[in-house]
Design a protein around this ligand. Structure first.
Ligand code: PEP
Ligand code: MN
Length: 273
């Protein structure tokens, strides 16, 4: 095996129990976790309407972006701290824990006050200062795979977080760049069994960014479940056609309810295998 994988001391599976991370009602790693919500927090009403719908359909954790890593500087950059406050308020109101992405080390200390899980996005996977900063906090971290990253590079980034003293890392496969342009990314579902082989950390899948197309999200969610994923992260908007970011890949509440029902049926079926 590659030396950079052999060198992993803390995230490697060797001799270790699977990491279980208690967030709200779920123990991630043991219970299947369904994370859902809009790409971006736009208004309190948009967040609340969406949150009520995803909770009703079985989501365990609410997502919403406040600091958005946008390709163009002219695109909506998110509401920043105000967005985190809205997310926190809505999460508490409906009784769901919340997760959001942090882009900058300077925002970490403030963000932990409002979030149950801090997300490190694909573009920041190898931002070592940010990894060290979230390694020093007492909240779980959701670490997305960089779009140009190998499994070894990804696991080494998780190692940075554990090395600072934070054992609660959730890995998230969200697709990698390939020559294919029909889909936004190429969702690499082999990440799921590979991570089971290499690490004790839970691995979830984000088919929304993985495909970039709402019509593909349900099939790839079911494929992720069949591959053994510990959970899913799905972008849902109460009115996707009005979404300020990633409208093409966002499910509407009805589509999410259907996805959730199918995931549940597949999980039940898999228990009988
Ligand atoms: C997100 O989940 O909001 C996001 C920006 O995803 P990624 O970092 O995978 O592109
Ligand atoms: Mn998005």
């Amino acid at each position: 095996m590659c030396a950079m994988i052999d060198n992993l001391k803390l995230v490697s599976l060797k001799g270790k129990e699977k990491t279980l991370i208690k967030v709200g009602d779920v123990e991630i790693g043991k219970d299947f976790v369904l994370i859902a919500g809009p790409c971006t927090i736009e208004t309190e009403d948009q967040m609340l309407q969406t949150a009520l719908e995803v909770k009703r359909s079985g989501a365990n954790i609410l997502r919403g972006g406040a600091f958005k890593p946008r390709t163009s500087p002219y695109e909506f950059q998110g509401l920043g701290l105000e967005g985190l406050k809205i997310l926190n308020k809505v999460g508490r109101k409906i009784g769901l824990p919340v997760v959001s992405e942090i882009l900058d080390t300077k925002d970490v200390a403030l963000a932990v006050e409002y979030l149950d899980i801090l997300q490190i996005g694909a573009r920041n996977m190898q931002n070592y200062s940010l990894l060290k900063e979230v390694g020093r906090i007492g909240k779980p971290v959701l670490l997305k795979r960089g779009m140009f990253s190998t499994f070894s590079e990804w696991l080494n980034c998780a190692e940075y977080i554990l090395n600072e003293g934070n054992p609660n890392v959730i890995l998230c496969e969200r697709g990698i760049r390939s020559f294919e342009t029909y889909t936004r990314n190429t969702l690499d579902l082999s990440a799921v069994p590979v991570m089971k082989e290499l690490t004790h950390l839970p691995i979830i899948v984000d088919p929304s960014h993985g495909t970039g197309k709402s019509a593909l999200v349900t099939s790839m969610s079911l494929a992720a479940v069949a591959a053994g994923a510990d959970g899913l992260m799905i972008e849902v908007h109460y009115r996707p056609e009005t979404a300020l970011s990633d409208k093409e890949q966002s499910l509407n509440p009805k589509e999410f309810a259907e996805l959730s029902g199918k995931v549940k049926k597949l999980k039940d079926f898999m228990q009988r295998l």
